[in-house]
Design a protein around this ligand. Structure first.
Ligand code: NAD
Length: 471
C-alpha cells in the first residue's frame, strides 16, 4: 500500500474520498498538514449497509478462518509500523519510539485476541434433553475511538468484534484520523468487502453513527461527558453498549517505599504520553514521611525531561494532542495559579504555535481544588499528603470515577491489601499501566460501562443463545 498523503475511507472494500474534508493539525506546530475525508450521511448509510450485507457471510465463516484473518491483519500492521509511526507522530504528537510501540503493541494484541474462542456451556445432557448455550455475534458494530491512543484503542475493538463474527464501521477521532484510515486500506487486503469499514469526519459524525438504526452495538472510548450522550442515543434502539470513559486515578505511596527505586516509574505513570492516558496517575497521595523526598525527586526529573516535537531526537514528552484539550489544560493551570496553589514546573517548552505545556506538579493542594477533582488529561499532577491509610483510601475512592489506581510499597502484601480496597476496575502494585489482552479492563462509576479485553471483553461482542433439544 502507498503511504502517500492521500487519505481515503474504506467502505465496502472500496477507497472512498469524502463528500468534504477536515483539516488535520500537527500539534507540535499548530499547523494543518493533511486533510481527511468528512463522511456524509449517505456515505455512512453505504458503510452500514455494506457491513449489514457482509454480516451474513462473515458470521458463517468458521471462527478459525476469522481468527486467521485477524492475525494476518495484525502482521500487516506490524509490517508497516515504521511508516505508521512517523505518521502517528505528526498527527498525534507522541515521540516516534512510543508511536511505534503503540502500533507494534496493537499488532501483538490482535494476535492474542485471534487465539480466543467463546465457550460453549452444556447445562444438561440427559436421556430427556440436551441444553447448550453458545455465543453468537450481534451484527454491525459501531466503533468510536479517541485521540490519545488512536491505534491501540481502535484495535481493542476491531480484533474481538471481528473474531466474534460481527462486521464493523470504525470512526477515529477527528484529531487523529490518518493512521486509522491507512489501516482501513491495509486491512482491506485481508477482510472480505464490507466486513471492516473505516469512516472519518468532524464533530457531527459520531452522533450520526450512534443514532443510526443499522448498528447492533456501540463500542465507545472517550470522555465521560460524550459517553453519557452515546448512552442516551443508544437507548432509542436498545443498542448494546461498551463505554470506556475517563478516569482520575489515585496512586498511593506508602511510607516504606524506596524513593530512588520508584520515582522515575511514578513520574512516567503520571506523565507518559504527556499525561493523556485514561489510566495515568492523576492524583498522587504520598505519606507525609516521604512526601518531600518524592516531590523533590519528581521535580528534578521534570526539570531534566525534554518536552518538544515528537519528531525530534531525544524528545520524551510531546505536545498536548489538540487545541481544544490544550485550552482545557491551560484553563485548569490558570485556575490553580489564581487559587494561589504552589506550582513546581519542569523544563521550558518550545515557543511558538505548538500545544506545549510544561510538566507541572501542584504541591499539596486542597482536596476540593479543581486540579484534584477533575481529570486534567494533561501534564498537571496534584501531589497530596496523607498520614492515615484508612483516610487516604477514603479520599482515593471519593471520586466520580473508578478506572484504575496504584499502590507503592516495599511490602507487597500490605500494598495488595490497600489495592483491594480501591473502587476501581484495575489496580497496579509497584508498577504502572501494564495491561494484557487476556485480562478484563473495566471502569466503574463514571469511568465506564461494560468490559474490554479478556473473555468478558470478547463476549461483549456476542449474545448467548440457549438451545433446548428434547430427546
Ligand atoms: P471525546 O469524548 O471528545 O471523543 C471520543 C470520540 O467520540 C471521538 O471519536 C469523537 O469524535 C467522538 N464523539 C464526540 N462527540 C460524540 C457524540 N456526541 N456521539 C458520538 N461520538 C462522539 O474524548 P477524547 O477527548 O477523544 O478522549 C479523551 C477522553 O477519553 C478522556 O476523558 C480519557 O480519560 C478518555 N479515555 C478513556 C479510555 C478508557 O479506556 N477508559 C481510554 C482512552 C481515553
Amino acid at each position: 500500500m502507498d503511504f502517500n498523503d492521500d487519505y481515503v475511507m474504506t467502505i465496502d472494500g472500496k477507497a472512498v474520498v469524502g463528500a468534504a474534508t477536515i483539516d488535520v493539525v500537527n500539534p507540535a506546530t499548530g499547523e494543518p498538514f493533511a486533510v481527511a475525508p468528512d463522511c456524509s450521511k449517505e456515505q455512512l448509510d453505504e458503510a452500514v449497509a455494506a457491513a449489514r450485507t457482509a454480516f451474513d457471510g462473515w458470521r458463517r465463516t468458521p471462527i478459525a478462518e476469522r481468527q486467521a484473518m485477524v492475525a494476518k491483519a495484525a502482521d500487516l500492521l506490524a509490517a508497516h509500523a515504521d511508516e505508521l509511526a512517523r505518521l502517528f507522530t505528526r498527527e498525534q504528537g507522541r515521540p516516534v519510539d512510543g508511536a511505534r510501540q503503540e502500533i507494534e503493541g496493537a499488532a501483538v494484541w490482535m494476535k492474542a485476541v485471534a487465539q480466543m474462542e467463546p465457550p460453549v456451556h452444556v447445562s444438561e445432557d440427559s436421556d430427556a434433553q440436551f441444553i447448550e448455550t453458545r455465543y453468537v455475534p450481534l451484527g454491525v458494530v459501531c466503533a468510536i475511538a479517541p485521540w490519545n491512543f488512536p491505534v491501540n484503542l481502535a484495535m481493542w475493538k476491531v480484533a474481538p468484534a471481528l473474531v466474534a463474527g460481527n462486521t464493523m464501521v470504525l470512526k477515529p477521532s477527528p484529531f487523529t484520523p490518518l493512521c486509522t484510515l491507512k489501516i482501513g486500506q491495509l486491512f482491506d487486503e485481508v477482510f472480505p468487502a464490507g466486513v471492516f469499514n473505516v469512516v472519518s469526519g468532524g464533530d457531527g459524525l459520531g452522533p450520526m453513527m450512534t443514532a443510526h438504526p443499522g448498528f447492533a452495538k456501540i463500542s465507545f472510548t472517550g470522555s465521560t461527558a460524550t459517553g453519557k450522550r452515546v448512552m442516551e442515543s443508544a437507548a432509542r434502539d436498545l443498542k448494546r453498549l461498551t463505554l470506556e470513559l475517563g478516569g482520575n486515578d489515585a496512586s498511593i505511596v506508602l511510607p516504606d517505599v524506596d524513593l530512588d527505586a520508584v520515582a522515575q516509574t511514578i513520574f512516567m505513570a503520571a506523565f507518559y504520553n504527556t499525561a493523556q492516558i485514561c489510566v495515568a496517575t492523576k492524583r498522587l497521595y504520598v505519606h507525609e514521611d516521604v512526601y518531600d523526598g518524592l516531590r523533590d525527586r519528581l521535580a528534578a526529573i521534570a526539570a531534566a525531561v525534554k518536552v518538544g516535537d515528537g519528531a525530534e531526537q531525544g524528545t520524551v514528552l510531546g505536545p498536548i494532542q489538540n487545541r481544544r484539550q490544550y485550552d482545557r489544560v491551560m484553563a485548569l493551570l490558570e485556575d490553580a495559579r489564581a487559587g494561589g496553589l504552589t506550582l513546581i514546573q519542569g523544563a521550558a517548552v518550545p515557543e511558538g504555535a505548538g500545544y506545549f505545556v510544561p510538566v507541572t506538579i501542584v504541591d499539596n493542594p486542597p482536596e476540593d481544588s479543581r486540579v484534584v477533582q477533575e481529570e486534567a488529561f494533561g501534564p498537571i499532577l496534584p501531589m497530596l499528603k496523607f498520614s492515615d491509610v484508612d483516610d487516604v483510601i477514603a479520599r482515593a475512592n471519593a471520586s466520580e470515577y473508578g478506572l484504575g489506581g496504584a499502590v507503592w510499597s516495599a511490602d507487597t502484601d500490605k500494598a495488595v491489601a490497600v489495592a483491594r480496597r480501591l473502587d476501581t476496575g484495575t489496580v497496579w502494585v509497584n508498577q504502572f499501566i501494564n495491561l494484557r489482552p487476556d485480562t478484563p479492563f473495566a471502569g466503574r462509576k463514571n469511568s465506564g460501562f461494560g468490559v474490554e479485553n479478556g473473555m468478558e471483553g470478547l463476549l461483549e461482542y456476542m449474545a448467548p443463545q440457549a438451545v433446548y433439544v428434547a430427546k
